[in-house]
Design a protein around this ligand. Sequence first.
Ligand SMILES: *Cc1c(COP(=O)(O)O)cnc(C)c1O
Length: 220
Amino acid sequence: MEEVPGRLEKVRHSIARACVDFQRDLGDVSLVCVSKNFDAEAILPALRAGQRVFGENRVQEAATKWPALRAEFPDVELHLIGPLQSNKVELAIDVFDRIQTIDRLKIAAAIAEHSRKKNKLLPCFIQVNTGAESQKAGVSVEDLPALLNACRHDLGLNIEGLMCIPPFDRPVTPHFALLHRLARDLGLEKLSMGMSADFEQAIQLGATHIRVGSAIFGSR
Ligand SMILES: *Cc1c(COP(=O)(O)O)cnc(C)c1O
């Protein structure tokens, strides 16, 4: 894990360059450092290097790792970027600061219910299955407006933006462009898209949150 600070610096440099190239404001692009499958020992160098926004894809794993790290770094902002099951919603609200993966009404309703009980309303994203892949999480493009409407008006959730994971074997830019257009049409400001291999393209197409794991921590 010696390499983490150097890799992080390289990623930050690439983000800054992409912002110049594509006329984006550096302050509008948040690096979500994806620490799934890495333990506290691996994460600490990133924290010591000043990184504060992290993403995890499993609720239980995050609940095990992060409370101790937070005690040391209270200004951490932790995002859930993996699928959420109803029975994990309550724990997720305790552990995370953002949920990026709302993709159906049942989960949205559970988040609303537990948020009320805990008096803790997390900003959330809706995950969109832009590639219409049967095995992938995310609401379909067709069902997105109704889900957003229910989240906002029936459930009172704070939906900030949209998130997508494009098909791994297809060009990413059409998916990033689609997510951008959907967010614009629906009046949503935030876009979580782009990973280690393609975050520059995501920045070009309007990403406000890029989720970068292996470029910082190495392969999992
Ligand atoms: C693992 C993961 C990432 C990070 O992927 P890398 O290719 O390692 O950068 C981003 N988003 C989600 C949803 C992930 O599960």
